[in-house]
Write a protein that binds this ligand. Sequence first.
Ligand SMILES: [Zn+2]
Ligand SMILES: [Zn+2]
Length: 183
Amino acid sequence: MSSRRGPPKHQNSYAWKPNAGCKINETEVGGKFRPYSEITGVCPRCKEQIDWKRRYGKYKPLAEPAKCQRCLKRAVRQAYHNLCPGCAKEQRVCAKCRCRVDRIVGRDSSEVEAEQKMLDEVNKGKSKSLAQLVTDTENMARESFPSASLEEYAKLSRDQNDEEEEEEEEEEDVTEDEELVLE
Ligand SMILES: [Zn+2]
Ligand SMILES: [Zn+2]
C-alpha cells in the first residue's frame, strides 16, 4: 500500500490525446464531422470501457453488423457488443458483458422519442414564459429609468461588460440581464 496521498507527482497538465500532433481526418468516423454514435444498451461499466477506447484511440467501429451470440443473427450494430439490442432487452442484460443490471445506458429509440416530445412541450412552455418575462423586465426598466437616462443606463451596463463588443444592440444587453435574473 502506498502511503503517498494526493495527485501523482508528475501529473499531466492536460489529458493525453491519441495521435496528438498528427492531422486527423475529420470526416472519418470519430472525427468532427462523423461523431461516434451514442453508446446504448450496456451497463454503466461497459459504457465506461467503450468510452475509454474512444478517448484513447483504441476504438474499432464495426465495419458490418456482428453476429449476436444468442440469436446468431447479424443484428449487432455497435462495436464490442455481444448481443443484439433485441436479445439484450428481452433478457434485460447488458449487451456487452451480459450481466443482469437495473441500469442500462441509453434506451429504446421509441422511449427517447417520447421523452424528447415531452421536453419539447416543456421548452415550449418555458420560452413562452421567458418572452413574458422579457417584456416585464423591459417595462420595469422603463419605469425605473426615465427615458432620458435609459440611454445612460444602457451605456453603463455596456461598460460593465467591458471587453465585449461596444457596438452591441441594446436588446442584447436586456437579454443578458435576463439570463442573470433567471439564474
Ligand atoms: Zn440476438
Ligand atoms: Zn456490461
